[in-house]
Design a protein around this ligand. Structure first.
Ligand SMILES: [Cu+2]
Length: 135
């Protein structure tokens, strides 16, 4: 009987370890982020995410002109892009793969210069560590 109890506690211990090992980045739940475009702003202007977090950007163009959302890495490489016609909405999935600051712009000629830019901050902390700590 005692042997059996020990066997079960070892089994449960192993199961708990396995769960803890899985509980990091890959377990982040999908999240949608709403983005609004107008002449000539991207709202909000600052976004934050975790490395590996499965994001879906839901973009609404409230402007009278067509716009797009383009995500650029610090060296200017395009990581994601979606066109959104005036009055319409579009969505795209984006999984930030590394920590750092990414730029979100509208790449249509002159729009970035006119103010269509925002920042996506990607950090490597697990989601739990984001909760405000007690003071
Ligand atoms: Cu634009």
């Amino acid at each position: 009987m005692l042997v059996r109890r020990v066997y079960f506690s070892v089994l449960f211990g192993l199961a708990a370890l396995a769960l803890a090992a899985c509980g990091s980045r890959s377990a982040l739940p999908p999240r949608s982020i709403a983005v609004e475009l107008t002449e000539f702003t991207i709202t909000p202007t600052v976004y934050s995410a975790q490395t590996g977090e499965p994001l879906t950007f839901v973009v609404t163009n409230q402007g009278v002109l067509d716009h797009n959302v383009t995500i650029l890495n610090p060296s200017g490489k395009e990581l994601a892009h979606v066109e959104v016609k005036s009055g319409q909405a579009a969505r795209f999935d984006f999984h930030p793969s590394a920590p750092g600051g990414l730029q979100i712009i509208c790449s249509i000629d002159g729009h970035y210069k006119a103010g269509m830019s925002a920042q996506l901050m990607v950090n490597d902390l697990p989601a739990v560590a984001q909760a405000p700590s007690g003071r």
